[in-house]
Design a protein around this ligand. Structure first.
Ligand code: DGL
Length: 274
């Protein structure tokens, strides 16, 4: 038995396309239905109540379209609303925080000195994700006693969207945000926001050589593959299709989406959230 229904992915905008891409590479025969709530972006500067309300509205649209699993491909929505989404969803729900935390703990254990306390894990994220301490809680659940240093890097979001990922502005911003990370001795840094992988090179250059950057897109795709039971997979003989839904569409959005995907985005279907 196989299940032909699509997998639903949701993000506040097009940043989650980094997660979509990782899922498409790991599960190439699955159909993917992606919703970017571009009309309400950014979520990372908003309150918990607002993010929860927006996120619940968005996932109900994906559930109406009969998805067989949900991936909350937005760090902020995962951090602030995963519990509420899980409560209301009849299908399995996966967020990006736990897979990212698992990968970070694994990496941190490998880089710990033989003696003395373990080094802190640094988490770079939006202000809302930092305030929620979702990464800190997930990391400490797996590795009690592990110190977690959170750094909010809100300007990385517009820089990534503008394509200013490797110029004087990006370098200066990274140097200012990341000085406390370098000073903390941390050697494992979580890119806890969908946009930050686009600045990977600049972030790495602002940190001591050898610092490991954890990108939760890859670990989320791996966790999704493990979550889908064999009977929940689609027939593997056909290549999966990807369908992109957005709540606001513009020429700029197309440009930004192409930046995240690394290629021209397929047709974007405009939807309205009631
Ligand atoms: N998708 C958000 C995240 O991963 C970043 C953009 C936003 O603030 O909405 O946290």
């Amino acid at each position: 038995m196989t299940d032909p229904r699509p997998i639903g992915l949701f993000d506040s905008g097009v940043g989650g396309l980094t997660v979509l891409d990782a899922v498409a590479r790991r599960l190439p025969s699955e159909d993917l239905l992606y919703l970017g709530d571009t009309a309400r972006l950014p979520y990372g500067t908003k309150s918990r109540e607002t993010v929860r309300r927006y996120a619940l509205r968005a996932v109900s649209l994906l559930l109406e379209r009969d998805v067989k699993a949900l991936v909350v491909a937005c760090n902020t929505a995962t951090a602030l609303a995963l519990d509420a989404i899980r409560d209301r969803s009849p299908v399995p729900v996966l967020g990006v925080v736990e897979p990212g935390a698992e990968a970070a703990v694994e990496a941190a254990r490998e880089t710990d000195p033989e003696q003395g306390p373990g080094l802190p894990v640094a988490v770079l994220a939006t202000e809302a994700t930092v305030a929620s301490d979702a990464y800190g809680q997930a990391i400490r659940r797996l590795d009690p006693g592990r110190r977690v240093l959170h750094v909010a890097c809100p300007l990385f979001v517009p820089l990534a969207e503008e394509g200013w990922t490797d110029n004087e502005v990006a370098w200066a911003t990274a140097a200012l945000y990341l000085a406390p990370v370098a000073a903390s001795g941390s050697r494992v840094v979580v890119l806890g926001c969908t946009h930050y992988p686009l600045l990977k090179g600049t972030i790495a250059a602002a940190l001591p050589p050898g610092t490991l950057l954890v990108d939760s897109a890859e670990s989320t795709a791996r966790a999704l593959a493990a979550l889908l039971a064999p009977e929940s997979r689609k027939d593997v003989s056909k290549r999966g299709e990807t369908h992109l839904l957005v709540t606001d569409s513009s020429e700029r959005l197309r440009r930004v989406a192409a930046r995240f995907l690394g290629r021209e985005a397929a047709a974007l279907e405009l939807v309205d959230l009631p």
